[in-house]
Design a protein around this ligand. Structure first.
Ligand SMILES: O=C(O)CCC(=O)C(=O)O
Length: 268
């Protein structure tokens, strides 16, 4: 695959916005051409595992999670082209600059494809799932086409990383109802924007976010990469999902020690 190149650098205002609001949307990090290359690489890798054409649309018996998206993780280990995307130093440097740290490691990647007609992504924060100490974690959300709100562009609750609105809740019907009620009570601003191909967003592990259902006739394809500051330690898991994450994304890491297994390479 042609190597996609970007030299995007964040400025101090964007870093302040990220730290104050818990997320930042960055426009034009990649060219539409680069995004097309990425889309092909990610879709090809997913297609090998899941027959996207034969994917059954979610039905009323599916959970909110199943209705929200098709999720495929750590694709970098199966596809050279996706590995190049996940190891992209520009993205890793942006993650480090936003968090104000000198280096970042990979936690894992994941493709999140919301089918045409797919359900909404319930409100949640990601770090509920991660057995990681500290706050220096961030996810880049990379839509792989122009993405309207109707298609399921990611939406954020501004400043929600600073308050516990339901950090103990896994993604699902309960997280949606409990967190949306608390967000309304606290009157935190909900920020929703369409993304052009090439725009990306970064959100902190504690930022609450969601996406609308995909009411268009096309799938919403997105790739994400989760970064943690180099030096992040494993904490004693606090729920079964964190225990499962430990085994899957950093097997062999020890509680209280820095997470640096072969699955967690230094990216910058
Ligand atoms: O793509 C989505 O709808 C959800 C994304 C998400 O929850 C995440 O990137 O942490």
């Amino acid at each position: 695959m042609e190597v996609a190149v970007s030299t995007y650098q964040v400025d101090s205002t964007q870093c302040e916005n990220y730290r104050g609001e818990g997320f930042v949307k960055l426009d034009g990090v990649f060219s539409p051409h680069q995004v097309r290359l990425y889309e092909r690489a990610v879709s090809a890798a997913i297609e090998e595992k899941n027959n996207l054409q034969a994917e059954k649309p979610p039905n009323s018996e599916s959970t909110a999670y199943e209705q929200a998206f098709l999720q495929v993780m750590n694709i970098w280990r199966r596809s050279e082209a996706v590995r190049a995307m996940v190891f992209n130093e520009t993205l890793a440097q942006i993650a480090a600059d936003l968090m104000g740290v000198t280096g970042v490691r990979l936690y894992h990647d994941q493709a999140l494809y919301k089918r045409a007609g797919g359900g909404s992504t319930p409100w949640h924060c990601d770090q509920y799932y991660w057995p990681l100490d500290g706050d220096n974690t961030t996810t880049v959300w990379i839509p792989l086409q122009d993405t309207s709100l109707e298609m399921g562009a990611l939406s954020f609750s501004a400043k929600s990383h600073l308050v516990d609105l339901g950090r103990h809740l896994p993604i699902g019907e309960d997280s949606e109802s409990i967190i949306s009620e608390r967000l309304a009570t606290m009157q935190l601003a909900q920020v929703e924007n369409a993304f052009k191909a090439g725009d990306v967003s970064f959100h902190s592990g504690w930022t609450f976010h969601s996406a609308r259902r995909n009411t268009t006739g096309s799938p919403r394809r997105a790739m994400t990469i989760i970064y943690m500051a180099d030096g992040t330690r494993l904490k004693q898991p606090e729920n079964d999902n964190q225990l499962a994450d430990w085994q899957q994304w950093c097997p062999g890491a020890k509680v209280g020690e820095v997470v640096q297994t072969p699955l967690n390479p230094l990216l910058c």
